[in-house]
Design a protein. Structure first.
Length: 423
């Protein structure tokens, strides 16, 4: 890669960061100091900011399905033998489940320490319309991984089904070699096209991020947070611990790589996830950053990153763990040790069932509350301030996927440590 190109890309990440900060400042200024005026409310905030921000988000989402399909088919074809593929798969899933359970334990610990719901009384809260997660039996959830019709899975963006289909196609391409060279080339070229498209869309990121953040912050003053400050503080603290202590300790332990370097290089991706609050839209950038800056081969990341964005939501389960304690305390309901075990189990399952798009964690929270008999109306109370937590937990969700990917890649000789060390 030429020196000038490198410089341009470095410039882009910095620009994303600056626009994130500028967006937050602009949003807060607009909220507190701008008069309610047609031009500001309708043209600027709900017009320009909304259209440009959402337009950028849609462009990112447009990349996801074709990118995951092409890069996963190529990744599986490159690994070739099913034994290695199986080993990578099992390790990844075990790691994902372990970090989720760890995240919930951190969340419950912090929540019991801060006691966010003590002193609040939600018993008088009116029943609100709260979306209830559809609880389907475990057997159905498992069966649902197999697509009945791969084309409908692609059309509806069902990530797990796409992953399964793409891996099977990749394995067969590796097996049939020259016989299927044409199709193999088709996916490889598709992959190249999607990578180029990712770079094109990413060049718009500074503008998109600015508009998304400015719109969000202009709508929320600090007042909205006040009654729920303790709850928010508990969630944010647990998220920080998971992101900067638990993950980094695991990274150091399993790979010996520098956590500081990892965070520095991955920060723009976190910033991007924070602005968009969607793990799915972050998939292309995550794969690209892991490859370019950390030397993690696409062979691994093309499989583990989309899988993580679909089933590994540690940040979401942290919010759910704290929310359970908060709602129980606010309703004056005592949870038994057995209830906590149930919460750990159901929140881990809920994390698997939470799609990587904004706010879904709140919907699957109803499943966790129901499992220990807590009133789901409590969700209505925390809904108002969830956006900012959603943004933060999404950044943690995708960091968990990236740490796991780096560890699994290192264990499979698919991580170029020289690239990782390079500044
Ligand atoms: N927004 C989260 C994500 O995309 C999911 C959630 O917790 O609502 O990872």
């Amino acid at each position: 890669m030429s020196e000038t190109k490198k410089k341009r890309k470095l410039g882009l990440t910095t620009r994303i960061f600056i626009s994130l900060l500028l967006g937050a400042v602009a949003g807060i200024l607009l909220h507190y100091f701008a008069p309610h005026h047609y031009f500001i409310d309708d043209i600027l905030i709900n017009g320009v900011f909304y259209i440009v921000g959402q337009g950028f988000l849609r462009l990112m989402q447009m990349l996801v399905v074709p990118l995951v399909l092409c890069s996963l088919v190529c990744g599986a074809a490159a690994i070739g033998d099913t034994k290695t593929l199986g080993k990578v798969g099992v390790r990844t899933v075990v790691f994902y489940i372990f970090t989720t359970a760890l995240a919930i334990c951190v969340a419950l610990g912090i929540a019991k320490l801060i006691n966010p719901g003590v002193g609040m009384d939600l018993t008088a809260l009116e029943t609100t319309e709260t979306a209830i997660a559809q609880q389907q039996p475990m057997s159905e959830t498992l069966l649902d991984i197999i697509p009945k019709n791969p084309f409908s899975a692609l059309a509806s963006g069902n990530m797990l089904q796409i992953i399964v289909f793409a891996i099977i196609v990749g394995i067969i391409l590796a097996k049939l070699q020259e016989k299927t060279q044409l199709i193999h080339n088709f996916f490889q070229q598709g992959n190249d096209i999607m990578m180029e498209m990712t770079m094109m869309v990413m060049s718009l990121a500074p503008v998109g991020v600015f508009c998304l953040i400015a719109k969000t912050f202009s709508g929320m003053g600090f007042d909205a947070f006040r009654p729920l400050l303790k709850y928010m503080a508990a969630v944010l603290l647990a998220l920080l611990i998971q992101c900067f202590i638990s993950y980094q300790a695991l990274l150091k332990l399993f790979t010996g790589l520098s956590p500081v370097k990892f965070i520095k290089k991955f920060l723009p991706v976190m910033g991007f996830a924070f602005s968009t609050a969607t793990s799915n839209a972050t998939i292309p950038l995550s794969i690209d950053t892991l490859e370019r800056k950390m030397g993690v081969s696409r062979r691994i990341s093309s499989f583990t990153i989309p899988l993580g964005a679909t089933i590994n939501m540690d940040g979401t389960s942290i919010m759910q763990g704290v929310a359970v304690v908060f709602i129980a305390q606010a309703y004056g309901i005592l949870l038994t040790p057995m209830d906590y075990v149930t919460v750990i189990a159901t929140a881990t399952l809920a994390s698997i069932g939470t799609a990587g798009v904004p706010s879904v964690g709140l919907v699957t929270l109803s499943m966790v509350l129901a499992s220990v008999g807590l009133p789901i109306e409590g969700i209505g109370f925390i809904m108002g301030i969830d956006r900012i937590l959603d943004m933060t937990r999404t950044a943690v969700n995708i960091t968990g996927d990236a740490v796991c990917t780096t560890i699994v890649a290192c264990q499979n000789d698919a991580c170029d440590k020289e690239t990782f060390q390079r500044d």
